[in-house]
Ligand binder design. Structure first.
Ligand code: ZN
Ligand code: ZN
Ligand code: ZN
Length: 255
């Protein structure tokens, strides 16, 4: 199984528009971050997690030519607003794309992207999506996907586990029931916004403590803000914990 990072930046992306800070003007390519999303590549198929605003650019860059399904984590724009780029998969396959999320997220999508689900004028291309509510563990082809409920401030959102890789993009707190779903991980990917505390995201200190509790063989931090310089922050981390960057590909042998 492979996991490809399409984007690793927080909601403003890095560099942030108009910002002249040290990180935003850095020459290190790892300090250039699209909004967060990943692809799980397993059982001969690609499973896309979220549709961030740079979706088209990210898919082209990662050379992802087709996807079997989409799973959304939550309703925030940085995870959703690339939804229109899914239309390409209908042009390619002429069949509706299965898209999974919790009930609240699907309701939000139907309301905010009404044009996708309304009759369209001839010649106008829209994504064709088959929305599916997640209630428990589910399958996409031969792949079992485990949803993990996590707290993103006051909002309950989803992370996903496939095999021994878990992806929690936006998280402040993980409760006991969900901690159980994180046992025996090869790779944990979790939120670590910046050094300063934040109400809806873990900061580096909280993320390191959380990663220790989970005890995965390797941990990668994502959803990174422009306050964190990649190289400098990595130096201060335990060796099993790294900062993800756009284009990074992880391989997990244990499935
Ligand atoms: Zn900046
Ligand atoms: Zn969010
Ligand atoms: Zn986010």
């Amino acid at each position: 199984m492979k996991l490809i990072f399409l984007g690793t930046g927080t909601s403003s992306g890095v560099p942030a528009v108009g910002c002249r800070c040290r990180v935003c003007t850095s020459k290190d390519p790892r300090n250039k971050r699209y909004r967060t999303g990943v692809v799980f590549q397993t059982d001969g198929q690609n499973i896309l997690i979220d549709t961030p605003p740079e979706l088209r650019l990210a898919l082209l860059r990662a050379k992802i030519r087709d996807i079997a399904a989409v799973c959304w984590t939550h309703t925030h724009s940085d995870h959703l607003n690339g939804i229109d780029d899914l239309r390409g998969f209908y042009f390619l396959n002429r069949k509706a794309l299965p898209c999974y999320a919790d009930e609240r997220t699907l309701k939000h999508i139907r309301r905010h992207f009404k044009y996708i689900f309304s009759p369209n004028e001839p010649g106008g291309g829209v994504p064709r999506l088959k929305l599916k509510i997640i209630k428990r563990k589910f399958r996409i082809g031969a792949t079992t996907v485990t949803p993990i409920e996590i707290d993103h401030g006051v909002m309950s959102v989803l992370g996903y586990r496939i095999g021994n890789i878990a992806y929690l993009s936006d998280v402040k707190k993980v409760r006991g029931k969900s901690m159980k779903k994180l046992k025996g991980l090869d790779v944990l990917i979790t939120d670590a916004l910046r050094h300063q505390p934040h109400v809806t995201h873990m900061n580096i200190k909280e993320a390191v403590e959380f990663a220790r509790r989970v005890g995965a063989r390797r941990t990668y931090f994502t959803h990174i803000a422009h306050n964190l310089d990649h190289a400098e922050t990595e130096k201060s981390l335990p060796r099993t914990m790294r900062i993800a960057y756009d284009g990074l590909v992880l391989k997990s042998q244990i499935i």
